[in-house]
Design a protein around this ligand. Structure first.
Ligand code: ZN
Ligand code: FE
Length: 256
């Protein structure tokens, strides 16, 4: 299986997975990058489209892609899609090309947001997490509560270390700027930030990230660590437990 990040809009990635014959895409906010990739790879047919949540930058390309390819669409059972889609939720398993994709409910950014995890044989596992987990950050809470988002991130963080984290946006550098203010003594974070800056200077994606790296550097996965908790509490007296600390951290980032 080959994994490709197709850039879309200013900072979205549409993830494409293929085996030289069949392809699936995740969160096609725009059909154009996918159609032009398919044109350059005429032996590959798009037969699946996966959607993590209802926002337009993740669903805008659906009508055109379905019209052009006839691909089947799968999306969150609890959210409205721009066209009919098969609904998925926690515990559902989706078979595709000999692979099993596991569905996780990850409410927070939106209420019905789902994520997909799969483990291609002989390769590192893959997580398509939409706008829930970003490298060095997490999605804004448009619909869900801090408690829901914390729980969703806890469940993603429990996936295997070597999982490749396929986020839907290239927000890494701005997330790391904030992370370095919250957690300035974190050596793993400092060296990861250096590495990501170099990648962006060469116009390369910082993604997919590694889940083990995210656990070491992402303040939203480390909101219970003594350093992050202390930094949050010094700024916000309402941070008195896990959920309120996470909420205060998310508010801090919103104002950053
Ligand atoms: Zn979104
Ligand atoms: Fe988005």
């Amino acid at each position: 299986m080959k994994l490709i990040a197709l850039p879309a809009f200013s900072d979205n990635y549409i993830w494409l997975l293929h085996n030289d014959q069949h392809a699936l895409v995740v969160d096609p906010g725009d059909s154009a990058p996918v159609l032009s990739w398919l044109e350059k790879n005429p032996s590959v047919a798009l037969d699946r489209i996966l959607v993590t949540h209802h926002h337009a930058d993740h669903t805008g390309g659906l009508p055109e892609l379905v019209a052009q390819t006839g691909a089947q669409v799968f999306g969150p059972a609890l959210e409205k899609m721009p066209l009919p889609a098969q609904g998925l939720q926690q515990g559902d398993m989706l078979e595709w090309q000999g692979l099993t994709l596991m569905v996780h409910d990850v409410p927070g950014h939106t209420l019905g947001h789902i994520a997909f995890w799969l483990h291609p044989p002989g390769q590192a596992p893959i997580l398509f997490c939409g706008d829930t987990l970003f490298s060095g950050g997490c999605g804004r809470l448009f619909e869900g509560s801090p408690a829901q988002m914390l729980d969703s991130l806890d469940r993603l963080a429990a996936l295997p270390d070597e999982t490749r984290v396929c986020c839907a946006h290239e927000y890494t550098l701005s997330n790391l700027k904030f992370a370095l203010v919250v957690d300035p003594e974190n050596l793993a974070l400092k060296s990861y930030a250096q590495q990501c800056m170099q990648l962006r200077e060469q116009n390369q994606a910082t993604l997919p990230g590694l889940l083990s790296t995210e656990r070491a550097i992402n303040p939203f996965l480390r909101s219970r660590s003594p350093t992050v908790t202390l930094a949050v509490q010094q700024r916000d007296k309402t941070a008195i437990d896990d959920v309120s600390s996470f909420a205060a951290l998310r508010n801090w980032k919103n104002e950053f």
